[in-house]
Design a protein around this ligand. Structure first.
Ligand code: GPU
Length: 841
C-alpha cells in the first residue's frame, strides 16, 4: 500500500532490506553493529560468548527475513498446511545448523576469523535448546528440518519450557540432576510475539440451554483464564528460501495479581494465582517412555492444544472458506497421545462455538487428525482419571463420553453379540475411578494411525490395537519408518566425511537426496579412498577422545575399537546387559597370558544417557557402569586392552561429537520393545557398524546394508511372550556366563555389593522381564564376531563405506514425503517462485 502513495519509498525498502546475497563484509558490518548496539560492548570488551551472540543475532536477522517472506508467500497461495503437535522439540544448537542450511558457514567463518575469533569456539558457546527427553523429541526436530527443506507449508506447535531436560552430573558415580535454566541469557532463536495471546480456561461448569432452533446447546463458563503467549522459532530449510515456524507457548497470568488481596496486604495470596499460571510451562517432565499421572502435566497438555487450535482455527478463518473446508486446509499430526485432547477441543469448538451438528463436526475432526504411536510399553500408555478431567475440563469430559457413546454404538451395530469387544475398545476404562484411555481416543478421532518402523507397525496392529484393526479395517493403520536429517547428522556433525563424500560425488546433491550415497559403492575397493575414509574416522575418534579426557579425565586410545551405547537409560534398552558383558570381557582379559592379550582387539566401551530422576533401577545401572569403570580403568594388568567410560550429560550437541566416532554402536533392546530407534540410523550413516537385536529399525537397516555389515543377535519378538512365561512359571536356568558375572558383582569386586542388590534382583527374583539371560549367550558370541571382524582393517573399512552408502532410506526427507503423500495430502510451496511471480505482477 505504501507503493501507492509514495512509489519511491519501495526502492528505499528494497535498498535497506536484510541482504539476500550475504558475504564476508555484510556479515562483519552486522557483527560489529550487534556488538556495539545490541550487546553494548566494544572491541575492548568482547569474549567468545559475545562473539557468539553477535553472530547469532546476525543470522537471526536473516532468518526473520526468510520467515517473513515464507509466511507471506503462504498467505498468498493459501495452501493446505500441516501442523505437527509435539510436546517435545529437541532442537539442540541452532547457529551451526542455520549457517549450513543458509549456505553461510564459509563466508561467516572467514568473517569472524578476520575479526579475531575462531568459528569453532564461537559455535561452542551456544547452549542446547533441550526441550525434549530423547528419540521422540529429536524426531520432531528432524521432521521440522525436512519439512522446511522440502518446501512444505508446515508449523510445529509446542511448549516453551523455562526449564528443559535436566543437566546430568555424576557424584561418586551416581547421577545427580541440575536444573536446565536455558533462558539465562537472551535466546536469539526465538521471536517473542507478545501480541499473540490466547486465553485458556480451566475449571468452571457447563450448563445446557435450548437455542432459537430448539437445539440443546452447552455453555462452558466460570473457568479461570490463563494466557498463552506465542514465541516463534524459525526453522530454515537447507538450500531453499523456505523457513517454517515452530510456535511455542508460554503461560502467563491473565491478571498480574489479585487486587483485593493486594489491597488487604495479603501479598502471598495476591501473587499465588500468578505463580500457578507461570507454573504451567515451567518445566519439561523428564520421563521417557513412561507416563506420570500428574495434574500439572495434564494442564500442560490442554493449555498447549487449546492455544494451538485457537491459533489454527483463527488462521483458517482468515481464508473465509466454509468451515466444511477445514480438513482441506488443515492436517494435524499428533506426536504420540500427548496432544489427544486436541481432538476433543476441535469438536468442542465446532459444536459449541460454531454451532455445527455433532456428526458434521465429527467428520471434520476425524478428517483433520492423524496419530503416530511411538511405543507399545504398557507403562507408557497415557490414561487420565475421569474425576480429574471432570474438574479441570468439565465440558471436554462430557464430549469424551459422547464420542465414546457414539463410537461404541457403531461397534455394537457391527458386532451385536460381542460385549467383551465393547469393553476392550471403550475409550473409558471401567475401573474405579474410571480412566480415559488416550490412545483409544486418538485412534477413534483420527483418520490414520501409524507406527514408526515396520516391525512396530505390525506389532501395534496385532497386539495393543488389534481390535481397532478388526473394527476400522487395515487401511487406517500404516507404517512410517522414522528418519533422521542428514544435514545435522552428517553434514554438520561430521564435516570431514561430508567433504569427502561431496568431493567424490562431485556435488552436494546427496544432502537433498540421500539415495545418491549409493554412488559411494563404486569406491569400496579404491585403496586411496579407503585410506581417506579410515583417516576421517580416526580423526573423529581423536576428537571424541579429547572430549572424554576433558569431561572425565580418562585417557583412551583412539586406535582401540570404539564401542558406544548412548541413549536414555531404560531397562528395556538393556544397558545393564552391556555392562555385564564388559565385566565378562574384563575377567577373560585378566586370565589371559600377555601373548594372548597382545592378540586381542583393545576396546573402549562408552556409555552415555540420562535416567529419569525417579527411575531407581536406571540410576543403579549408571552407578554400576561407573563402578566397573573405576576398577577396570585403573587395572594396569590388562595393559590398556579395555577402558570403560560414562560420558555425563548426554544431549544433542554431545551426540554430534559421539556419533561420528563409533566403530560399533549398540542397539540391544529386547525384541519388540524399541519402536524404532533413530540413533541406530545416525551411527550407520556415519560409517559405524551396529551390534543390535532384531528390533525396531535395526531390521530395516539390516535389510538395506546387508548381512555382512551388521551384527545381529538375540531372540526374536515372537519368542518373547513364551520366554517370559517360562521365567514366571518354570524357574528357568540362568546362563552360566551371566551367573558368573553376577557372582563377581556380589563378591564386592566393584564396590559395596549391597548397592546393586535391587538391580540384580530384576534378573533373579524379578523374573528377568527383559530377557537378559535369554540373550546373553548370543550377545557374547556376537561380540566375539565383532572382535574377529575388526582385526581385518581393510574389510572393516569396506563395511563402513557400504554402511554409509546404503542409508538413503533413513533420511527424514523420505519419511516426511510419505507422511505428506499418504496421510496429510499436502504439497510443497516453492517460496522463491511465489515471490518472483508476485514481483512480476
Ligand atoms: N519414544 Br512413547 C521416546 O523417545 N519417548 C517416548 O515417550 C515414547 C517413545 C521413542 C521410541 O522409544 C523410539 O523407539 C522411537 O525411535 C522414537 O520415539 C521416535 O519414534
Amino acid at each position: 500500500e505504501i507503493a501507492k502513495w509514495n512509489p519511491k519509498a519501495l526502492d528505499l525498502w528494497e535498498k535497506f532490506a536484510v541482504p539476500e546475497n550475504d558475504d564476508k563484509e555484510s556479515f562483519q558490518s552486522s557483527f560489529v553493529r550487534h556488538v556495539t548496539s545490541t550487546l553494548a560492548r566494544s572491541v575492548y570488551n568482547i569474549d567468545n560468548f559475545s562473539a557468539y551472540q553477535a553472530t547469532a543475532h546476525t543470522v537471526r536477522d536473516r532468518l526473520i527475513k526468510r520467515w517473513n517472506d515464507t509466511q507471506q508467500a503462504h498467505a498468498e497461495v493459501g495452501p493446505k498446511r500441516v501442523y505437527y503437535l509435539s510436546l517435545e522439540f529437541l532442537l539442540g544448537r541452532s547457529l551451526d545448523n542455520a549457517l549450513l542450511n543458509l549456505g553461510l558457514k564459509e563466508s561467516y567463518g572467514e568473517g569472524v576469523e578476520d575479526l579475531g575469533f575462531r568459528m569453532e569456539d564461537v559455535l561452542d558457546q551456544e547452549v542446547d535448546a533441550a526441550l525434549g527427553n530423547g528419540g521422540l523429541g529429536r524426531l520432531a526436530a528432524c521432521y521440522m528440518d525436512s519439512l522446511a527443506t522440502l518446501d512444505y507449508p508446515a508449523w510445529g506447535y509446542g511448549l516453551r519450557y523455562t526449564y528443559g531436560i535436566f543437566q546430568q552430573r555424576l557424584n561418586d558415580g551416581f547421577q545427580v540432576e541440575f536444573p536446565d535454566y536455558w533462558l539465562n541469557f537472551d535466546n536469539p532463536w526465538e521471536l517473542p510475539r507478545l501480541d499473540v495471546v490466547i486465553d485458556i480456561y480451566f475449571g468452571g461448569s457447563v450448563s445446557k440451554y435450548t437455542d432459537n432452533n430448539g437445539r440443546v446447546r452447552a455453555i462452558w463458563e466460570g473457568g479461570e483464564p490463563i494466557q498463552a503467549v506465542a514465541y516463534d522459532v524459525p526453522i530454515p530449510g537447507y538450500g531453499t528460501k523456505n523457513c517454517i515456524n515452530i510456535r511455542l507457548w508460554s503461560s502467563k497470568p491473565k491478571r498480574k495479581f489479585d487486587l483485593k488481596h493486594f489491597n488487604e496486604g495479603q501479598y502471598e495470596k495476591a501473587v499465588q494465582a500468578q505463580m500457578e499460571a507461570e507454573n504451567i510451562t515451567a518445566v519439561l517432565y523428564p520421563n521417557d517412555n513412561h507416563m506420570v499421572g500428574k495434574e500439572l502435566r495434564l494442564k500442560q497438555q490442554y493449555f498447549w492444544v487449546a492455544a494451538s487450535l485457537a491459533d489454527i482455527v483463527r488462521r483458517f478463518k482468515k481464508s473465509e472458506k466454509p468451515i466444511s473446508d477445514f480438513p482441506k486446509q488443515v492436517a494435524i499430526q499428533l506426536n504420540d497421545t500427548h496432544p489427544t485432547l486436541a481432538i476433543v477441543e476441535l469438536q468442542r469448538i465446532l459444536v459449541d462455538v460454531e454451532g455445527l451438528e455433532w456428526d458434521d463436526a465429527w467428520d471434520i475432526v476425524t478428517d483433520t487428525f492423524a496419530f503416530t504411536n511411538h511405543t507399545i510399553l504398557p507403562e507408557a500408555m497415557e490414561k487420565w482419571p475421569v474425576p480429574v478431567l471432570t474438574y479441570l475440563l468439565p465440558r471436554h469430559m462430557q464430549i469424551i463420553f459422547d464420542i465414546n457413546l457414539f463410537f461404541l454404538q457403531s461397534v455394537e451395530k457391527k458386532y451385536p453379540d460381542d460385549r467383551d469387544l465393547l469393553a476392550r475398545l471403550s475409550i473409558i476404562e471401567e475401573s474405579s475411578p474410571q480412566f480415559v484411555r488416550m490412545a483409544h481416543l486418538a485412534i477413534v478421532g483420527s483418520h490414520r494411525v501409524n507406527g514408526v518402523a515396520e516391525l512396530h507397525s505390525n506389532l501395534i496392529k496385532t497386539t495393543i490395537f488389534k481390535d481397532f484393526v478388526k473394527f476400522f479395517g487395515q487401511e487406517k493403520f500404516q507404517n512410517k519408518t522414522n528418519g533422521i536429517t542428514p544435514r545435522r547428522w552428517l553434514h554438520q556433525a561430521n564435516p570431514k566425511l561430508s567433504d569427502l563424500i561431496t568431493e567424490k560425488l562431485g556435488n552436494k546433491d546427496w544432502l537433498k537426496d540421500l539415495f545418491k550415497l549409493k554412488q559411494l559403492e563404486k569406491y569400496v575397493d579404491d585403496p586411496d579412498f579407503k585410506k581417506r575414509w579410515v583417516a576421517v574416522k580416526g580423526s573423529n575418534k581423536a576428537r571424541l577422545a579429547d572430549y572424554i579426557k576433558k569431561q572425565t579425565g580418562i585417557s583412551v586410545n583412539s586406535n582401540a575399537l570404539f564401542d558406544i551405547q548412548v541413549k536414555r537409560i531404560h531397562e528395556y534398552k538393556r544397558q545393564f546387559m552391556n555392562i555385564l558383558s564388559v565385566i565378562h570381557r574384563y575377567n577373560l582379559l585378566k586370565k589371559m597370558t600377555p601373548k594372548q592379550r597382545k592378540e586381542t582387539v583393545p576396546r573402549v566401551v562408552i556409555f552415555g544417557g540420562k535416567a529419569a530422576p525417579g527411575y531407581y533401577i536406571a540410576k543403579l545401572v549408571i552407578k554400576l557402569i561407573n563402578s566397573v569403570a573405576d576398577v577396570v580403568n585403573k587395572d594396569l594388568s590388562i595393559e590398556d586392552t579395555l577402558k570403560v567410560v560414562f560420558i555425563p550429560d548426554y544431549n544433542v550437541s554431545v551426540a554430534e561429537i559421539i556419533v561420528p566416532a563409533s566403530d560399533i554402536s549398540q542397539h540391544i533392546s529386547t525384541a519388540g520393545t524399541e519402536a524404532s530407534g533413530t540413533s541406530n540410523m545416525k551411527f550407520v550413516l556415519n560409517g559405524g557398524l551396529i551390534l543390535g537385536t532384531v528390533d525396531g529399525a535395526n531390521i530395516e537397516i539390516h535389510e538395506e546394508i546387508g548381512d555382512e555389515n551388521i551384527f545381529m543377535f538375540g531372540n526374536l519378538a515372537d519368542k518373547v511372550e513364551d520366554l517370559r512365561h517360562a521365567h514366571r512359571y518354570r524357574n528357568k536356568q540362568m546362563d552360566p556366563a551371566l551367573k558368573a558375572v553376577l557372582d563377581d558383582i556380589e563378591s564386592g569386586h566393584f564396590g559395596d555389593p549391597r548397592i546393586f542388590v535391587p538391580l540384580i534382583n530384576t534378573l533373579t527374583i524379578g523374573k528377568d522381564y527383559y530377557l537378559l539371560s535369554d540373550d546373553f549367550g548370543s550377545y557374547l558370541r556376537a561380540q566375539d564376531m565383532v572382535d574377529e571382524a575388526y582385526k581385518d582393517k581393510d574389510e572393516w573399512a569396506k563395511k563402513s563405506i557400504l554402511c554409509t552408502a546404503r542409508m538413503g532410506k533413513f533420511s527424514s526427507d523420505r519419511a516426511i514425503k510419505e507422511y505428506a503423500e499418504s496421510i496429510w495430502n499436502v504439497e510443497p510451496i516453492p517460496v522463491e517462485e511465489v515471490r518472483e511471480h508476485k514481483l512480476h505482477e
